[in-house]
Write a protein that binds this ligand. Sequence first.
Ligand code: COA
Length: 252
Amino acid sequence: MTDHILIERPAAHPGVLVLRFNRPDKKNAITRPMYLALTQALQEANRDETIRAIALLGTPGAFSAGNDMADFLAFATTGEMGKEVFDFLMTVVAVEKPLVSGVDGLAIGIGTTINLHCDLSLATPRSLFKTPFTDLALVPEAASTLLGPMIMGHQRAFAMFAAGEGFTAEEARAAGLIWKVVPEETLEEATLATAASLAAKPPQAMKIARDLLRKSRDGVAARIEEEARHFSAQIRSAEAMAAFQQFMARKK
Ligand code: COA
């Protein structure tokens, strides 16, 4: 297991499971063991009736800097793409409880796209949403090529997921990627209180409402698979290898 994902059941917020990215020295970049820990926690949350909402949080100034670049480089070098990311994404799609995120600061790559799968996302004004997929010679993931245009319209989705343009919290809110912008000092409490308020509602009615609202997402799993095929081909490309090496060497 890894202590880079903290799993908490705060007594002050009954029914809420908190999953926290906790690797602040690396801006909460997500490694394979971290994806695995998240997957297992989400699967357990589906089984546990006492969990009625899930909150996803990071640390001050960093929600997540996205996939760990050393893992990307290792995939590119060995040609073997681990299954942890794919399994995590498929598990997120299968989550049966309301998913709330609280973003403060960096939300890069999957740190941005995970919000497409959340039911309510809150973010602080200093947050930055950015997906440099094509700059890394990769392709968008997490069904962002389907959910992005559906939620934001083609132009904003293209700007974010293909052009790699950064979005401020306010731009992300205007685009429909997040629900609310809240001050830094209140993000944590506001996120937990939001999750707790969903957890306090009659669970059967909440589940039906959520399932109905997410019905238009039926093609999401298939799109994740389609994107993953391109992703795993691109990650083996010379242009991707060059991009990863450039990141790893940038401070030398
Ligand atoms: N994978 C691995 N390590 C990462 C990382 C990532 N995705 N993002 C940041 N880190 C590490 C840095 O290597 C650095 O480690 P070090 O102190 O041992 O050198 C530490 O986190 C702090 O990052 P740093 O780059 O110094 O901070 P910054 O505030 O100047 O920049 C980012 C932050 C996120 C803009 C920058 O680190 C970055 O571009 N990271 C890559 C993001 C990315 O492309 N993710 C994949 C998306 S598909």
